[in-house]
Design a binder for this molecule. Structure first.
Ligand code: GDP
Ligand code: MN
Length: 400
């Protein structure tokens, strides 16, 4: 990831649920846009790895497919001279844990003879509201390190999305980075053009080639791929949406997605449920403010019907860390009495024993609170303000 992306932006990106693709998927997209990549095959077992290496012929490289970088350093990338060796390397790499990601697939590709390693990426620069090219001849390593130690080695160049990519962009990149070789210049500018087409065509947030190699034969090629697509644009790209690996995603978030619940897993003990993204966000803050730790961000949206509440509760309570819940509901168009009925029906159906604090305010709040009181459920606590509700929920989480 790039150093200029701040934590808040990364968080916002997380809420927007960017879709990260595996290297092999990103490379397939590169190939679709005409960016040169090595020929390869996907394998899920050592036997498949061997067969893939046999088909490809010659030395291959066995690469762990996980949604995290630095696989090389972690031992997830190994060269193999023969098909037998490829099988042995795949046996070692499959099942390996790379920073919490278990390797279930390996990508077997024809090994490259590397002369030089460059870096080329396009990221969406939110502050400039434009795609930003970054190019350097000091690739292969962590780009943040290059940015920190030799910032002048990085060529940064925005593209105005209205006029699009122009040949001068490519020239600025290669001259700026000091690429002298004419053939390399031609190949890199052509790749920059195609990478821009891929970035725009897939509505990506990031397309990164690290390393972009020059082979001993003088050919420039993408040896790795980091490809992140904007989740909000996926409805326009059903083929890309299919690439999502539900197995690798957080299981709770996968369940939420299935049920159509807007849910982001956090690391605390107080389950948070609100109606409306802004109010839910504020609820997460208030729980933190009074000394608690939110277990999630869950937005009920506009509706407050029983099914919506049941779906949200099923996701939140599936998290074993949750010890209390805080429902923060502001009745606008959604009436509080409706939400109260939804909550009561949901509790009846699900038999939840965890303490639940409900703050109802706005349209028909009185009526809603009355319904909750009359229900006489011992684990249900009604509060009139957000701060009191949050305090109560945190107390209850600490008490259990
Ligand atoms: P990352 O560590 O997750 O970024 O994985 P990469 O795909 O970028 O590979 C890491 C490093 O492994 C590269 O920078 C190369 O030095 C090396 N590597 C990968 N593929 C090959 C290959 O085909 N031949 C050679 N010689 N080295 C390779
Ligand atoms: Mn890499």
């Amino acid at each position: 990831m790039l150093a200029h992306v701040s934590t808040t932006e990364a968080e916002a990106g997380r809420l927007a649920r960017a879709l990260d693709l595996y290297e092999y998927q990103g490379k397939a997209l590169f190939a679709r846009y005409g960016i040169p990549v090595s020929e390869g095959r996907l394998a899920r077992t050592p036997k498949e790895a061997r067969a893939a290496a046999e088909e490809l012929g010659g030395p291959v490289v066995v690469k762990a497919q996980v949604l995290t970088g630095g696989r090389g350093k972690a031992g997830g990338i190994k060269l193999a001279q023969t098909a037998e060796a490829a099988q042995a390397r795949a046996t070692e790499i499959l099942g390996m844990d790379i920073r919490g990601h278990v390797v279930r697939k390996v990508w077997i590709e024809q090994a490259s003879e590397i002369e030089r390693e460059y870096y080329l990426s396009i990221a969406f620069d939110r502050s400039a509201k434009q795609p930003l090219f970054i190019f350097t001849t000091q690739g292969g390593v962590d780009i943040e390190e290059v940015a920190a130690s030799t910032p002048d080695a990085l060529v940064r160049l925005h593209v105005d999305p209205l006029s699009g990519y122009q040949p001068w962009h490519g020239r600025r990149l290669v001259y700026g980075a000091g690429v002298k070789d004419l053939s390399q210049q031609k190949q890199i500018t052509a790749i920059a053009d195609k990478l821009y087409a891929a970035f725009m065509g897939c509505e990506a947030m990031l397309t990164e080639i690290n390393p972009l190699i020059v082979t001993t034969a003088g050919e420039v090629r993408a040896l790795d791929s980091k490809f992140t697509v904007d989740d909000n644009a996926l409805f326009r790209h059903p083929d890309l949406a299919e690439l999502r690996d539900v197995q690798a995603a957080d299981p709770l978030e996968a369940l939420a997605r299935e049920k159509g619940v807007t849910y982001v897993k956090l690391d605390g003990e107080v389950g948070v449920l609100g109606n409306g993204a802004g109010l839910t966000m504020a609820t997460v803050d208030v729980v933190t403010f009074v000394g608690g730790r939110p277990a999630d961000f869950c937005d009920l949206g506009g509706g407050g019907d029983a099914q919506g509440v049941v779906d949200a509760l099923e996701v939140i309570t599936r998290d074993p860390q949750v010890r209390s819940m805080f429902f923060n509901i502001f009745g606008g168009i959604t009436r509080c009495d409706e939400v109260a009925r939804g909550i009561l029906q949901a509790l009846e159906r699900m038999g939840i024993t965890l303490p639940i604090v409900v703050r109802l305010d706005g349209t028909n709040a009185e009526e809603g609170r009355r319904l909750l009181r009359e229900a006489d459920a011992s684990n249900l606590h009604a509060e009139a303000t957000m701060i009191d509700g949050a305090r109560r929920a945190v107390e209850l989480a600490n008490a259990t």
